[in-house]
Design a protein around this ligand. Structure first.
Ligand code: NAD
Length: 244
């Protein structure tokens, strides 16, 4: 049966790989983007050319009215969302004492509030049909400490707390809530670290390489799919052994 999925921040990086993977598995996909309009629309076209269904919709996940409207727009075109992937994210390195309040608030607004808004938007339908899968993208830094990334790590830890508690609350309604915690994945988000740091991170990874967006997308698709029917409230690290 074809399901409708909605992926936030789906225009590039990990989100784009998740969109492609879910589409390949037969989902119609709502692709949310904030700035990457060209990339998101190109991705939607690519999926349609391959016989799938997809729609790119713009919204800031931190803006409750805007992201709710974007989800409704996708649902009108594609059908009610039964797979939600909260992937939109931002990163910033700062000493804690230099972290501006606005940055602290933005981290929580995008990562924690964003998931709160999208989940509340899709939940009434999921509760009605007693079916649904939610996958939140956290980070290994939401599980472990990360110097100079206190705001990022704290907001990603909030996503893990949300995942576990909501999984317990929704399990009786047969809605599963899981989390993927990527390690260092080669996307625009880590490109800014520079070649030297990137090579050293690859060396520190037991698997001997950095992750790819596709590595994460496969884990997301597994948790979203029927193969994970009895799995809820879990945090699956995809990090080549980085935090073992
Ligand atoms: P990326 O910067 O390439 O992609 C992030 C996407 O989210 C972009 O398309 C961006 O426009 C979108 N976005 C940002 N803020 C948004 C907002 N307010 N509303 C809507 N969209 C928004 O980064 P990525 O590496 O693909 O990261 C994807 C997710 O994975 C993020 O949540 C990130 O924190 C997480 N993650 C990444 C890594 C990594 O090493 N790349 C590691 C751990 C976790």
């Amino acid at each position: 049966m074809e399901k409708t999925a909605f992926v936030t921040g789906g225009g590039r990086g990990i989100g784009r790989a998740v969109v492609r993977r879910l589409a390949a598995e037969g989902c119609a996909v709502g692709i949310n983007y904030l700035q990457s309009r060209e990339a998101a629309e190109e991705l939607a076209r690519e999926i349609r050319q391959q016989g799938g269904r997809a729609l790119a919709v713009r919204a800031d996940v931190a803006d409750r009215a805007a992201i709710t409207a974007a989800i409704r727009q996708a649902e009108e075109a594609l059908g009610p969302v039964e797979v939600l992937v909260n992937n939109a994210g931002i990163a910033q390195n700062d000493l804690f004492q230099d972290t501006p309040e606005a940055l602290w608030r933005r981290m929580f607004a995008v990562h924690a509030d964003g998931a709160f808004h999208t989940i509340q938007a899709v939940l009434p339908h999921m509760l009605h049909v007693k079916r649904g899968a939610i996958v939140n993208i956290s980070s290994i830094w939401g599980l472990r400490g990360a110097s100079c990334e206190v705001a990022y790590a704290s907001s990603k830890a909030a996503v893990i707390g949300l995942t576990r508690s909501l999984a317990m609350e929704l399990a009786p309604s047969r809605i599963r809530v899981n989390c993927v915690a990527p390690g260092v994945i080669r996307t625009d988000m880590v490109e800014c670290l520079g070649e030297e740091t990137i090579s050293s991170l690859a060396e520190q990874t037991p698997a001997g390489r950095l992750g790819t967006p596709e590595d994460v997308a496969r884990a997301v698709a597994f948790l979203a799919g029927e193969g994970a029917d009895f799995i809820t409230g879990q945090v699956l690290t995809v990090d080549g052994g980085f935090i073992l």
